[in-house]
Design a binder for this molecule. Structure first.
Ligand code: DX5
Ligand code: ZN
Length: 222
């Protein structure tokens, strides 16, 4: 049974200094980051291109024991699942918006022995994810329109969904963590936690803060 009271902090490597990727991964872990969050963008599903499976593989080689949380913001996640499993992902999160076989893709991820997340953009209603809630380990409620780091937390569009997801989970005795991603600071983490989220992704507010250790502690204590 997953522990939804456990706060998990996942620094997003999108905001790291890639010139020193190795040091940055280790800095995040040594500063108290629980997971490393990897934002994969294809230039179709979102208006940005980041990195693919080989980047994830490098990170896996740098931090062999870290939990690598791979967030696929791509149009055809179903075509790339094997590659992201082989590269060493510990979790793969897929979006609910693109057109592909979500059930089959969730099954493929789970059959490989890693965990699976399902993500919703801020404008996507929770109902779209409802049929899958019994099969997933993580529900990712995006708190910005995905594509770029450093954006503003969208409270009104997203917090009611976090609250509703918490309620549905309780009423149906379901088992998924609730994750938020985008614009997470100590104060927005507090708001998200009050609505029921327990996994906090933060890029700008970890890697780009003056004191990463303190920033992560503040996200955890908020
Ligand atoms: C947004 C990504 C996020 C992003 C968060 O498209 O999914 O993970 O890195 O960045 P911050 O914390 O800077 O909003
Ligand atoms: Zn992300």
């Amino acid at each position: 049974m997953a522990n939804f009271n456990q706060r998990i902090i996942a620094p997003s490597l999108l905001a790291a200094n890639w010139k020193n990727l190795g040091d940055e991964c280790i800095r995040a872990i040594n500063s108290g980051g629980d997971w490393l969050h990897l934002d994969v963008m294809d230039g179709h599903f979102v208006r940005n291109i980041s990195f693919g499976p080989s980047f994830v593989k490098h990170v896996r080689e740098i931090v062999p024991d870290a939990f690598l949380d791979t967030h696929l913001m791509i149009e055809r996640p179903d075509n790339y699942i094997e590659a992201f499993i082989e590269s060493g992902s510990s979790n793969i999160t897929i979006h609910v918006e693109p057109k592909y076989d979500i059930n089959k893709t969730i099954k493929k991820i789970k059959d490989s022995g890693i965990s699976v997340g399902l993500a919703l953009n801020p404008e996507t209603p929770l109902e779209i994810a409802q049929p899958f809630l019994g099969q997933i380990d993580i529900l990712l409620i995006m708190t910005v329109v995905p594509g770029f780091g450093g954006q503003q937390f969208m409270n009104d569009a997203t917090m009611p969904k976090v609250k509703e997801a918490t309620k549905i989970r309780e009423e149906n005795d379901l088992n998924f963590h609730i994750q938020v991603d985008g614009g997470i600071t100590a104060s927005t983490a507090k708001i998200a936690a009050e609505h029921g989220a327990n996994i906090m992704v933060a890029g700008t507010n970890t890697f780009r803060s003056t004191d990463m250790k303190l920033a992560i502690k503040e996200l955890r204590d908020a």
